[in-house]
Design a protein around this ligand. Sequence first.
Ligand code: HEC
Length: 300
Amino acid sequence: MNRRSLERVFIAVAIICVAAIPVVHAEPSFFQARVAPIFDRHCVGCHGPEKHKAGLWLDSFEHVLRGAESGEVIKPGEVKASELFRRITLPDTDEEAMPGDGKPRLSADEIKILELWIATGASATKPLSEYPTAPVPPRPKAPAVPLVADWRPRAAEIATLEKTLGIRLAPRSQVPTDGLILRTASAPARCDDAALVALAPVASFIVEAELARSRVTDEGLSALGKFENLRVLDLTHTKVSSAGLAALASLKRLEVLNLTGTQVDDAGAAQLKSLPALRRVWLFESKVTAAPVAPTAGSD
Ligand code: HEC
């Protein structure tokens, strides 16, 4: 190759590179940069590939705009008429408030971001630079204190238990010391007291247990009492009653407990007062008649 053609090759390569740059460095859209991370952090666990409550997926722009089984949740340009906005701004105590199940609510900045996005037409492409006044949420920090030991060395044992018991032990986040979530929703009827006993060897990795509509009874609660790192426990529509609740007294880290649709009565609710970390309890459709036992509990 002579010098002249080498030069030509060089110029051609340079043109290709320059042409490619704007694509690589294209400014992200406001949706990509600010809105989607909020859905990922707070909503996709229940509204995404793994679970899709109310038929609603919040894992992509198309899915958000498609809405739920019952219809659209975003009306571009109309904040007040958008069901999604209504849900995130309801008071904590409202059963319809989102995120559901006592998960942390959105910050004022996050709500502002969603409000701005809807008000300006809920666009997929409007660039970030068109929102100079939008708040910039702080990056979520990794928790300083690990919630549990790293579960990865036990991954094979965990996978075997998942298979034999027909449950899921899903990582709570990408941080292995954030622990595992016990999920039964795809087949809650397969999870019973015996399954909880069988999980004992890996119980210390489990920080959340989703046992709604499972066959767990008071007997199973004594196995659950040994899940020392449990923070969130959902026993909605199970057969548990006040008699079983005593076994939960050992759960010193339990923060959120859902007893909706159980047989728990006033005596059982009173026992919950001894749980030091408990901050939210649900007792809808239970036998409880007395005043709420925890700061934000509901009993109607
Ligand atoms: C712990 C699970 C959970 C999380 C997390 C969660 N949701 Fe939900 N969501 C539900 C359930 C269950 C329903 C159906 C019951 C109801 O309508 O209240 C629902 C319903 C909804 C609906 C109503 C859909 C309809 O039928 O019109 C909207 C909107 C919604 N969620 C938005 C959100 C948003 C936004 C987030 C995150 C900020 C979120 N959810 C996080 C469980 C969750």
